[in-house]
Design a protein around this ligand. Structure first.
Ligand code: SF4
Length: 405
């Protein structure tokens, strides 16, 4: 792990390739990429392996990409090579490593896959942090001197895209990841930015990979990072500066990095180049491979037309929970329609007005719980919300009850 310094950005190099086989495409690209000396290095590979998803779904990194990286590191004499991940809350790491294929490729090569959350925590200060002053990371990170981020090329409901910088959020220790979704600051601090975007760019100033290998072999568009559609592009993007690699990948996906808030904020913090003129990109005509991804929907009512979300001042933790809940249980909510035939959901600390009978999600809506069906939690647990909803319904006394009461 290394801290960003101005000197690093003098020579941002990003190389792009495209092919049918994830292993071969990655291997050929890495063999031509001018990597630093790896002999004797202790390398942590941080793929996106944070969920239980099989290869090729666009949710987690393809094991072929990771395997090609390991094989190259071995050839170049790396002393220690480890795959490490801190899975999202509620995911069994053993199951995730098995299903994503990480365990198999590691075992075949006689190396470790480690659950980073089993390490003790260590605290790092965030210089000039506006929304995060320090972060907790697994102390075991100290044992490595070279970190490789291998994200999947995906859109993201809260951050527009998720690439190699955002993937480093998986190096935060246990629930520290969730803290990023709960940050609440005044306009004076945020100046119109979302706290999550600011936190990611501040994290990037101290938790930056030494090499980014972006797996676009099968990416994800729409409702990423977990509920979108797989997008097969065959592309691999490698960069010696994560922010520049993300900027190039973002362009290939059809997004202007100047309009991706966490990339723009990172560039404004001096963490690297996102302007194509300032990055050496090979091949020159890389944009011939541009494949626009469908953006994430700006409102949940787009993928769920019968849902009306009354959101006043929510944080992304509740919105993520709501998305997961709707993805799994939307079809069970028909009985909660109000007179306008729609299901109203309220969320956020500033919510004052919503129709009676609204499903109120999260402790922030406790003050107006009399207006609807209140589900407690900060955020509530998506898998338990339907049960909470049924229980809470039994106590609703409003005249404007959902029709199943
Ligand atoms: S209740 Fe929801 S919106 Fe309120 S702080 Fe908790 S997670 Fe955020």
């Amino acid at each position: 792990m290394r801290q960003q310094t101005e000197k690093r950005f003098a020579n941002s190099l990003v190389m792009v390739s495209k092919g049918d086989d994830p292993y071969e495409t990655t291997r050929e690209l890495l063999q031509t990429f001018p990597l630093p000396v790896l002999k004797g290095r202790r390398v942590l590979i941080k793929p996106n392996a944070a969920r239980v998803a099989s290869p090729g779904q666009g949710v987690t990194a393809h094991p072929g990409v990771v395997a090609a990286t390991i094989d190259l590191l071995k050839e170049r004499g790396a002393r220690r090579i480890v795959i490490g991940e801190s899975c999202i809350f509620g995911v069994d790491p053993e199951e995730a490593f098995q299903v994503t294929g990480m365990k198999e490729i590691a075992e075949k090569r006689g190396m470790e896959v480690i659950d980073l959350d089993r390490s003790d925590p260590a605290e790092l200060a965030v210089p000039k942090g506006r929304v995060i002053k320090k972060i907790k990371v697994p102390a075991i990170l100290r044992e490595f001197d070279f970190i490789i981020s291998i994200p999947v090329m995906k859109t993201h409901m809260h951050t527009q895209v998720t690439l190699s910088i955002k993937n480093m959020k998986g190096l935060l220790w246990r629930r520290e990841k969730a803290r990023f979704h709960h940050l609440r600051y005044s306009e004076k601090v945020t100046r119109g930015h979302k706290e999550l975007d600011m936190a990611i760019s501040e994290m990037a100033s101290i938790l930056s990979p030494d090499l980014a290998i972006i797996d676009g072999t099968t990416g994800m568009e729409g409702m990423g990072p977990a509920y979108g559609r797989p997008k097969r592009t065959g592309m691999i993007v490698v960069g010696n500066h994560a922010l520049s690699a993300d900027a190039v990948a973002s362009r290939l996906m059809g997004f202007d990095p100047e309009r991706v808030p966490h990339l723009k904020l990172s560039a404004e913090r001096g963490l690297g180049e996102i302007e194509p003129e300032k990055i050496l990109i090979q091949p020159d005509d890389y944009l011939k491979w541009r494949m626009p991804f469908d953006p994430p929907p700006s409102e949940l009512s787009i993928p769920f037309p019968d849902i009306v979300v009354h959101d006043e001042g929510s944080c992304s933790a509740c919105l993520s929970t709501l998305l997961v809940f709707l993805q799994h249980y939307h079809s069970s909510l028909a009985g909660y329609r109000l007179e306008d035939e729609r299901i109203h959901i309220g969320v956020g600390k500033n919510l004052k007005a919503c129709p009676e009978g609204t499903i109120l999600i999260g402790n922030c809506t406790h003050a107006i719980r009399e207006r609807g069906i209140f589900i407690q939690g900060c955020p509530p647990v998506a898998s338990q919300m339907l049960l909470s909803l049924d229980r809470a319904c039994q106590t609703v006394s409003s005249l404007n009850k959902p029709r199943n009461l």
